[in-house]
Design a protein around this ligand. Structure first.
Ligand SMILES: Cc1cc2nc3c(=O)[nH]c(=O)nc-3n(C[C@H](O)[C@H](O)[C@H](O)COP(=O)(O)OP(=O)(O)OC[C@H]3O[C@@H](n4cnc5c(N)ncnc54)[C@H](O)[C@@H]3O)c2cc1C
Length: 493
């Protein structure tokens, strides 16, 4: 899609934004071939170690999430933003800077935007507007979409620093659940982003955070301190994600505490969900109804993120001794239990979001590798033309990928025929079709290990229709291409 991308600023904002990149975000960057730059520039953060009253309560090991990125990446949001901007430019796009949206009028088939740059105004007429314009979104206002919720009562504060005398790891987040709570989050260069809930509007932020961390390591001190700042958080979710031709994404849709590091990560997933759908509608391949699945899929995710962040914020700021003891016991129990720890890690990594009841997937069959679920990471498969690689790498494309898999109990010959039939569906929605057998087959069918077939629950012949965001749109275990055809027809209707 051609697009005019405007920003009122002259450069990415350099401070007071995201530093925690969760595992699902490098997965998205990988689909665009960009993960290397994030990994090269950020700190691989392997765990969060919760501490309270001088003791370690437990550790959330990010490797337990199940993502191939078993870590968070500590990286300033301006770097993440510039990786994306460079990609846009390499694709022939650009960010038109110092340009502000000051008016927006909706029509039935287009919207008229008034833009201002250097005091000069111009009008542009566009078929769609996506407001990625933050918490105070002008697009949301023009669309008349409400943004219900509340401000967090207690203020937050943040600064960057190194820590002199630090004897602990540099690749672990350290939430100190003391009074006041202090969270240390790793940055490149052995620096820390330090968050705290200050005790008053005038307290010395560096002194009170230092006092807490010295309860754990006497003698340490903050140094090379940058930008001690107080800030206010909101817990809000937009009532709608679309009004006619106006769509919202990112903080324009949801505002949450930085507590669990989900704001930017959730916004990236919003955009990844919306992009392919909007492209199909823009080209006239799909009906406008497909865009309603964006809100249906992503708004519940935002509600969950916002309410979970608010609950953690309350728990973290507890001062009553009995409540604090109960909270600490709960944290100890959670991280000592491998199942609970896995669920926590998958939620933190954002790889547990699913859309089983969405209209953009075909029917929830309840299976782990079923419609509306993220295609899991697998061992290598062997395509007929190309090197062995994990299954998900075949789905890095702008359209759907259809994958036919034959398990140990299927008839020979069935897969090749099905691949040929499904290739007939390639076009505006489907980019590629692959076939794999657990036994040697020959073109057009590659090889899949029995362990991968078992992981995907493939016994006979299974077709997976994988969306461009790597979610499974359709799963059929009958060996009949009819279900896939019906899914694709419904998607564009
Ligand atoms: C201290 C702090 C720490 C955080 N830590 C994390 C973290 O670790 N992980 C995480 O995932 N999230 C974190 N967040 C949240 C994260 O920073 C935001 O969710 C993210 O920046 C939202 O991105 P966005 O593009 O939606 O909005 P923004 O970053 O607000 O960008 C909006 C853009 O729109 C432009 N704009 C606005 N109005 C107009 C207009 N009328 N015309 C033209 N341009 C306009 C602005 O110039 C800006 O460039 C943190 C937030 C804070 C405050």
């Amino acid at each position: 899609m051609p697009c005019l991308l405007i920003d009122a600023l002259d450069a990415p904002r350099g401070w007071d934004r995201a530093t925690v990149v969760h595992a699902r975000s490098p997965e998205i960057f990988e689909a665009l071939g960009l993960e290397g730059r994030l990994l090269a520039q950020g700190v691989r953060t392997r765990a969060a170690r919760f501490q309270s009253d001088g003791e370690v309560l437990g550790e959330l090991n990010f490797g337990a999430s199940g993502s191939r990125y078993g870590f968070d990446i500590g990286l300033s949001e301006e770097v993440t933003e510039s990786v994306l901007t460079d990609f846009l430019e390499s694709e022939g796009g650009t960010v038109t800077r110092l340009t502000r949206l000051i008016g927006l009028v909706r029509g039935d088939d287009a919207a008229t935007a008034t833009l201002e740059r250097d005091g000069e105004r111009r009008e542009v007429v566009v078929p769609w507007v996506v407001g990625c314009d933050g918490v105070r979104s002008a697009v949301r206002e023009a669309a008349g979409i409400e943004f219900p919720g509340a401000e967090t009562k207690a203020k937050w504060a943040v600064f960057d620093a190194t820590i002199e005398g630090w004897q602990n790891e540099y690749d672990v987040v350290f939430p100190h659940l003391d009074v006041p709570p202090v969270i240390l989050s790793p940055l490149p260069g052995r620096r820390w982003r330090v968050y705290l809930r200050p005790t008053s509007d005038t307290s010395d932020l560096v002194a009170e955070a230092g006092e807490v961390i010295r309860r754990y390591q006497p003698g340490v001190a903050f140094a090379e301190i940058e930008n001690p700042t107080r800030f206010q958080c909101h817990s809000r979710v937009a009532a709608r994600y679309r009004s006619g031709r106006l769509l919202l994404a990112g903080d324009a849709d949801h505002a949450c505490t930085p507590e669990e590091g989900h704001g930017m990560n959730t916004g990236l997933q919003d955009a990844f969900n919306l992009g392919w759908k909007l492209a199909l509608v823009y080209r006239g391949t799909a009906g406008v109804g497909l865009l309603d699945t964006y809100e249906a899929e992503r708004r519940p995710v935002a509600e969950r993120v916002v309410s979970s962040g608010a609950a953690v914020e309350i728990a973290q700021a507890m001062t009553d001794a009995v409540e604090r003891a109960e909270r600490d016991a709960d944290i100890r129990r959670t991280y000592a239990d491998p199942d609970l720890a896995h669920h926590e890690a998958a939620a933190a990594a954002e790889i547990d979001r699913s859309y089983p009841r969405s209209r953009a997937v075909a029917g929830d069959d309840g299976s782990e590798v079923g419609p509306g679920r993220l295609l899991p990471d697998t061992g290598n498969v062997e395509p007929v033309d190309g090197d062995p690689r994990p299954l998900h790498e075949l789905t890095h494309r702008r359209g759907h990928t259809l994958i036919v898999l034959r398990g140990p109990q299927a008839e020979t010959g069935r897969v090749g025929k099905l691949v040929t039939e499904l290739e007939g569906l390639s076009g505006a929605v489907v980019d590629a079709v692959f076939g794999f057998c657990t036994r040697p087959g020959g073109p057009p069918v590659g090889r899949i290990d029995e362990s991968v077939a078992a992981q995907l629950g493939v016994v006979g012949v299974t077709v997976l229709g994988v969306r461009p965001d790597r979610y499974i749109g359709v799963r059929d275990d009958s060996g009949d291409p009819g279900a896939v055809r019906a899914y694709l027809d419904a998607l564009v209707s």
